[in-house]
Ligand binder design. Structure first.
Ligand SMILES: CC(C)(COP(=O)(O)OP(=O)(O)OC[C@H]1O[C@@H](n2cnc3c(N)ncnc32)[C@H](O)[C@@H]1OP(=O)(O)O)[C@@H](O)C(=O)NCCC(=O)NCCS
Length: 159
């Protein structure tokens, strides 16, 4: 596997990596629905994903084989921290280094934007993803808990 100097195309295996554009969203949603371990929720509708890609044009990547999506990762930068979402490789392409390629690409581009620290979320029961991230050197934080506020519920309460 080799990366072009711009890091946008991988040749030699039939797989290509490129940044995501709005026209890819339907295919991406279909791909994520087929992958165990990718949780889809609020923020994964077309409008939200289009906004995410518009705001993060250089940090969202797609891996394709003859136009079929076989891998993905979304990176977001908020001006302070980087965040990674929806890393996935289709089952038949796993353990061939593609997950690492996607992680390298998104981390490299987030760093270029100024992200010195990058976070990602993994469901407690996704043991194999936890092992993968640990293997790549990611630290499992036990000193923080994620707290969330569902603003669509809050909005209904005050309506
Ligand atoms: C997690 C995932 C993206 C890994 O993709 P992948 O293409 O199989 O990973 P790679 O082949 O690049 O693996 C990179 C290294 O991690 C190791 N690795 C991969 N999966 C591992 C696991 N479950 N446990 C331990 N090590 C693992 C590989 O052996 C490889 O090591 P090497 O470079 O020394 O050979 C893939 O399994 C996946 O899509 N899972 C389902 C979706 C998911 O759970 N995503 C995470 C959401 S938070």
């Amino acid at each position: 596997m080799s990366l072009s100097p711009r890091g946008s195309i991988i040749v030699g295996t039939g797989l290509k990596m490129r940044t995501v554009s709005a026209g890819d969203i339907e295919n991406l949603i279909g791909f994520w629905r087929s992958i165990d371990g990718v949780g889809l929720g609020k923020g994964d509708d077309r409008e939200s994903l289009e906004r995410f890609i518009r705001r993060n044009p250089t940090t969202c990547f797609l891996l394709t084989e003859e136009e079929r999506v076989v891998g993905s990762v979304l990176g977001g930068f908020d001006g302070r921290r980087g965040y990674i979402y929806h890393l996935a490789v289709c089952p038949e392409k796993r353990r061939q280094g593609w997950g690492r390629v996607l992680m390298d690409a998104v981390c490299r581009e987030l760093e270029k934007l100024g992200a010195h620290k990058i976070h990602l979320f993994v469901l407690n029961n996704n043991h194999h993803a936890l092992e993968f991230y640990r293997y790549l050197g990611w630290e499992h934080r036990t000193d923080i808990r994620v707290m969330s506020s569902d603003r669509s519920i809050e909005k209904h309460r005050t309506d």
